[in-house]
Design a protein around this ligand. Structure first.
Ligand code: ATP
Length: 315
């Protein structure tokens, strides 16, 4: 696989404060990579530097071996802010307008991008009639017009309902299959790991992790990371059978009204889908111990830096 993007010691300071601090990584062709971090972590700033929209105060970005900004930017498609369109023009006409600004983009390519993003059937409707999800997809279509080798999407799932997020996920996976490198930011790990095999974690401007998205999960036997849950169900025996197949769920204990169990922080979101897939009906799933834990990136992030032995004062 050839290297598409190189980010070397990239930094951006605002006054004395570093929004991005010595970040380095590279992306190869066809990789779909998540860029995770809580609000204010430095994701958008990093992406804006990669897209040549703002200048770094240190380091450099190379796209296809050449420094950014340069002519090579035509090989990059980006959706960094929420996309804006002319509401009284159709989706297709908005793309035609963008194509004119780009120059050299055929009508055939416009149709292809509508097709790729699942917008063909609604391409003739005015954008004013589009849902948020359709606007996001039209934004993707616009980012794809120049047949980019790198597609960069900043929080594309923002404002979408679960159905819209699921559709977006399929569209993004499809890009990777076509050899397009996709770099997608988000603050929700469970969402990103569904389509990105590799994830970078950033916080306070520093890159903390670069690895397989599944490796980022805390291990089953991380001491102290477990929470106790109670599952209220009339089908506790069946729940027990379903859940004991999962190595990270421990101390399963039947009670009259349901089932007690322990599982690692950040894995709680897996329970409901497991139970539903296993055909177990339940009325309530509640944490009975260990307050202040959640399955979002923030708790995962705490564990990541905890693993690195510098969690002082954070937990
Ligand atoms: P979010 O998801 O909330 O947008 P983010 O990870 O994209 O978060 P950035 O927008 O890159 O984070 O912001 C990183 C840090 O840099 C924040 O502390 C932010 O306040 C600061 N910052 C960003 N742009 C500027 C600016 N133009 N001037 C001063 N500070 C800025």
């Amino acid at each position: 696989m050839s290297v598409v993007l190189e980010v070397n010691h990239l930094s951006k300071k605002y006054g004395s404060r570093a929004a991005v601090d010595d970040v380095s990584f590279s992306l190869s062709s066809g990789e779909v990579v998540g860029f995770l971090g809580p609000n204010g972590a430095g994701k958008t700033t990093t992406m804006r530097m990669i897209a040549g929209l703002i200048n770094p105060t240190g380091g450099e970005v190379k796209l296809l071996g050449q420094p950014v900004p340069g002519k090579n930017l035509k090989h990059m498609g980006a959706m960094i802010e929420e996309p804006s369109f002319y509401p009284y023009l159709s989706g297709r006409d908005n793309l035609r307008y963008a194509a004119k600004l780009h120059g050299n983009i055929s009508e055939k390519r416009i149709e292809e991008t509508l097709e790729l993003t699942g917008m063909k059937a609604r391409g003739s409707d005015r954008v004013a009639k589009y849902s948020q999800g359709m606007r996001q997809r039209l934004g993707l279509a616009r980012a794809l017009l120049s047949s980019p080798q790198l597609l960069m999407l900043d929080e594309p799932a923002n404002g979408l309902d679960p159905e819209g997020i699921a559709e977006l996920r399929e569209v993004i996976k499809g890009f990777g299959d076509q050899g397009i490198t996709v770099f997608v930011s988000s603050h929700i790990l469970p969402e990103v790991e569904k389509f990105a095999p590799r994830v970078l974690i950033i916080n306070k401007g520093k890159l903390l992790r670069d690895g397989g998205s599944h490796d980022l999960r805390p291990s089953a036997n991380t001491d102290g990371a477990n929470s106790r849950y109670f599952l209220e169900t009339t089908d506790a025996q069946k729940a027990l059978e379903v859940l004991r197949r999962e190595p990270y769920i421990q101390n399963l204990e039947l009670s009259q009204a349901g089932l007690h169990l322990h599982l690692p922080k950040a894995a709680a979101y897996r329970l409901a889908p497991l139970l539903v897939q296993g055909g177990v009906m339940f009325t309530q799933l509640s944490r009975t111990e260990s307050a202040g834990q959640s399955s979002d990136l923030e708790s995962l992030y705490l564990e990541v830096i905890g693993d690195q032995g510098n969690a002082g004062g954070v937990k």
